[in-house]
Design a protein around this ligand. Sequence first.
Ligand SMILES: Nc1ncnc2c1ncn2[C@@H]1O[C@H](COP(=O)(O)OP(=O)(O)O)[C@@H](O)[C@H]1O
Ligand SMILES: [Mg+2]
Length: 371
Amino acid sequence: MTTSDGFISIRHVNKFFGSFQAIEDVSMNIGQGEFFSLLGASGCGKTTLLRMLAGFESTSSGEIYIDGQPTSDVPPHHRPVNMVFQSYAIFPHLNVRDNIAYGLRKQKLPKAKRDEMVEEMLELIKLPGYGQRKATELSGGQRQRIALARALILRPKVLLLDEPLGALDKQLREQMQLELRALQRQVGITFVFVTHDQEEALTLSDRIAVMSGGKVLQVDTPAGLYETPKTREVASFIGNMNFFQGTVRRNGAAMGAVETEGLGHIPVPLDQLTKPDGAPVQVALRPEKFELSPTRPEGALHAVEGRLSNAAYLGERSHYYVSIAGKDQPIAVSTQNLGRMTGAPDISGDAPMWLSWAPEAIVILDADETG
Ligand SMILES: Nc1ncnc2c1ncn2[C@@H]1O[C@H](COP(=O)(O)OP(=O)(O)O)[C@@H](O)[C@H]1O
Ligand SMILES: [Mg+2]
């Protein structure tokens, strides 16, 4: 689901540590049952925001509502949230069952009921029968499952996860990503998940908030972020992107156009073109949106001739760099290797290589003086 009904509502939140501002005017809504991720480079404020949701940090200003209730006066243990950390915060001296049941100790439950709840959790995390195991006899992936079970057994309305898969090796991490997604769907609890790994965020999330320098740059679905980034920063953070400076040329035609450095006078669908005639813009095109052909493609609205300057074979894909007149940086192109590849492409620089693309693949961004 991708709604943003404001089950969690973060409104104009700022956070200062002394004079350093770690969070700057962050506002966003997170829907009930959503798998929501905070994505950004190390130091951008993800953990700080998560800790404010948990109540481990106060906000300097602004308010966070959870399930309709303002939270600033609510201490962590009275919030309907629970947190899972990157390091396996499980107790080495307790067995698996007692680790999972740890949070229940203050609730006066009959032992049989408690054991039943633990067994249910062990089923959920696919470790049935592991109750008597010592915590020290578990692998990294198993420990992180136990940490999850320990948080989920308390039935929080919101589970906060701070890079919980960060310590696992790549293969195990990918497997755990799939399990985590399935588990979240099964329990239906709202997950707020922190990661600096864009692929992980894209794999797991209903929606993602891209953060940088304490600010939220864009909140969108994975496809929304990838296909329609709102800024150059988001466009280059999620995947690769080619940028071209340009000027809007409306010409009163059915199809708009942008005069670009390198790509020439290119057609752009009018609904992509909200700027007036003459406005400076940036044209952005993902590497895989290009088609490469040794001769001018027939029927293409527009095509540009270049020279292959570099190529890399990556198994399922190949990456090419194509130099074009009027642009310093070569254009990155990525193609899927559908047929069997034989031999390396000729990058001696003499062979012409034509670039074409569908006008709908173009993203128009505000002009950027750094471009
Ligand atoms: N308790 C603190 N005191 C001072 N600065 C802090 C504190 N916690 C975090 N910061 C700073 O706030 C910024 C954001 O940190 P953090 O939220 O941990 O980033 P992330 O989780 O995205 O890596 C960093 O520059 C960090 O050094
Ligand atoms: Mg962090």
